[in-house]
Design a protein around this ligand. Structure first.
Ligand code: HEM
Length: 420
C-alpha cells in the first residue's frame, strides 16, 4: 500500500478510501460493509482529485449531524479546501455555493424554505395524481406498440420533469428546450455552466411574465407569498424544485428495477400491484435516490471518534446510514413499512413537508400506471448486466431495458417531444 498525499490538517487521510470512480457503481451494500469494517462510523475518504473529506456512515452520527445544524452547516463557502478545487471539479454541482434555498442557513433558510413549503402545500393531491397519470399514459402510448423500451430514458426520467412543467404553468412549446438544458446541467459536463445560465435567464423572464399575469400555479403562489421573495430568489428556488425531479425519477426507476429483479415483487402476478408501496419504501432503505448530501463543520469538534476541524467537508451517507447494522430492520418485511430511514434527510434542512408526500404521489402513480398498462413487463437483459451511474450523490441506473407484449395505445396524443 502506498501512502496517499495528505493535505495539512488531514493526518487521518493517509491511505484513505478513494470514494470516486468505478467503486461508486459497485454494489453499495458490499462497499459500505467494507468501509464500516475498516473505518468505523466516520471514515476518512478522498474525493475526486484526492480531496479529503469525512464520510459519515453511522446512523447515530448522521442523526447527530442533521440535528446540530449550527455545528454542521449547509453553506459550502466555509470549506477549507477551496484553493485546491478546479472550477470543473466533477462534484461542483453538489458543493459549489449558489444563492438558493439549498445553501441558505438560519432565518434566511426558514424564509425561503417556508415559502416553498406553503406554495407546494397549495397543490391539490388529486389533481397531482391525475396529471401524473395523464403524463404516464401519454409516455406509454409512444412505446406500447414496440414491445420493448428503456424504462429509464423513456419513462422514469421524463415523468417528474413533465409533471413539474405542468405545475409551473410553463408554455408547452418551451418545455423541450428547458428539459434538455436541465439534463445537461445535471450531467455536470463542460456544457453544464451554459445550460445553467440558460435556465436562469429563462426562469427570470418567465417570472417577470407571471408577475404581470399571475395564474393558479406554483410560481404565482411563490410570487404572492408573504416572504416577499425577489425574482432571482424565486427563479433559483424553483430550479431547486425542478432539481428534485431527478430524485423522484430515480425513485421510480429504482422501484421498477426492484420489482423486476426480485421475486417477492413479481409484477407478472396480479398481486404485484398491491406491493408497490412496499417496494417503494424498501427502495428508500436500500437504494435511496439521493445516496449522499454534504455539510461543512462550523467549528472544531469530535464525531464518531474523529477530530473534525472547522471548515472540513462531511459527506453524509444517507444510504450508508440506512445500512448501519445497528438500525437496519432485521428482515425485508420491515423495510417495506418502517420509515426510520434517512433518505429524505432529517432536521432543519431535510426534505420537508409536503415534498416527500408529493414525490410519493408522483412516483407511486407512475409505477402503478406502468404495471396496469404493461402487466407482463419483464427485464430484457439479465439483472447483472444493468449498470449504475457513478455518482456520489445519486443512485440511478444507466438504463432499464424491458420487453412486453405490444399493446395498442390508448390514444393520448403527446403535444411534446417524448424522446427527451
Ligand atoms: C416533489 C418532489 C420533491 C420536492 C419538491 C423536493 C423539495 C425539496 C426541497 C425544497 C428541499 C430543501 C429543503 C430545505 O432546505 O428546507 C429538499 C431537500 C431534500 N430532499 Fe427533496 N424534494 C422532492 C423529492 C425528493 C425525493 C424523491 C427524495 C429522495 C427520496 C428527496 C430527498 C431530499 C433530501 C435528502 C433533502 C435534504 C438534503 C440535505 O439535507 O442536504 N427529495 N427537497
Amino acid at each position: 500500500m502506498t501512502d496517499t498525499p495528505v493535505h495539512p490538517g488531514y493526518p487521518d487521510h493517509v491511505n484513505a478510501v478513494r470514494l470516486y470512480g468505478p467503486m461508486l457503481g459497485e454494489d453499495p451494500a458490499e462497499l459500505y460493509q467494507r468501509m464500516r469494517r475498516e473505518g468505523g462510523p466516520v471514515v476518512p475518504v478522498l474525493l475526486d482529485d484526492d480531496i479529503p473529506a469525512w464520510f459519515v456512515m453511522g446512523y447515530r452520527e448522521l442523526h447527530h449531524v442533521f440535528s446540530q445544524s449550527r455545528m454542521f452547516g449547509r453553506d459550502s463557502r466555509r470549506w477549507n479546501m477551496w484553493e485546491h478545487i478546479r472550477p470543473d471539479w466533477p462534484l461542483m454541482p453538489g458543493v459549489g455555493w449558489q444563492p438558493t434555498v439549498l445553501f441558505a442557513e438560519g432565518p434566511e433558510r426558514q424564509r425561503r424554505s417556508g415559502a416553498i413549503g406553503d406554495a407546494l402545500d397549495g397543490l391539490d393531491r388529486t389533481e397531482l395524481a391525475m396529471l401524473t397519470e395523464q403524463v404516464a399514459d401519454t409516455l406509454i402510448d409512444v412505446f406500447a406498440g414496440d414491445g420493448r423500451a428503456d424504462l429509464l430514458a423513456r419513462y422514469a426520467q421524463l415523468i417528474p420533469a413533465r409533471v413539474i412543467v405542468g405545475l409551473f404553468g410553463l408554455p408547452e412549446a418551451d418545455a423541450p428546450e428547458l428539459i434538455t438544458n436541465f439534463n445537461i446541467m445535471l450531467d455536470a459536463t463542460s456544457e453544464s455552466g451554459a445550460a445553467y445560465q440558460w435556465i436562469i435567464d429563462y426562469m427570470g423572464k418567465f417570472i417577470v411574465g407571471k408577475r404581470a399575469m399571475p395564474g393558479e400555479d406554483l410560481p404565482s403562489r411563490l410570487i404572492e407569498h408573504s416572504a416577499r421573495l425577489t425574482d432571482e430568489e424565486i427563479a433559483l428556488d424553483l430550479l431547486a424544485v425542478v432539481g428534485s425531479s431527478a430524485t423522484t425519477s430515480s425513485w421510480i426507476g429504482n422501484t421498477l428495477h426492484l420489482m423486476l429483479v426480485d421475486d417477492r415483487f413479481s409484477i407478472t402476478l396480479q398481486g404485484g400491484r398491491s406491493s408497490v408501496g412496499q417496494a417503494m419504501n424498501e427502495v428508500l432503505w436500500k437504494e435511496p435516490p439521493l445516496r449522499s448530501t454534504a455539510r461543512w463543520a462550523t467549528q472544531d469538534c469530535e464525531l464518531g471518534g474523529r477530530r473534525v476541524r472547522r471548515g472540513d467537508m462531511l459527506v453524509l451517507g444517507l444510504a450508508a446510514a440506512n445500512a448501519d447494522p445497528q438500525v437496519q430492520p432485521v428482515d425485508d418485511a420491515d423495510t417495506g413499512t418502517n420509515r426510520a430511514h434517512m433518505s429524505f434527510g432529517h432536521g432543519e434542512y431535510g426534505c420537508s413537508y409536503p415534498a416527500p408526500e408529493l414525490a410519493e404521489i408522483i412516483a407511486k402513480t407512475a409505477v402503478e400506471v406502468l404495471l396496469d398498462r404493461l402487466p407482463d413487463v419483464d427485464l430484457a437483459v439479465s439483472p447483472g448486466d444493468l449498470g449504475w451511474r457513478r455518482s456520489l450523490w445519486m443512485r440511478t441506473l444507466e438504463s432499464l431495458p424491458v420487453h412486453f407484449a405490444p399493446t395498442a395505445p390508448l390514444g393520448h396524443q403527446p403535444t411534446w417531444d417524448t424522446t427527451l
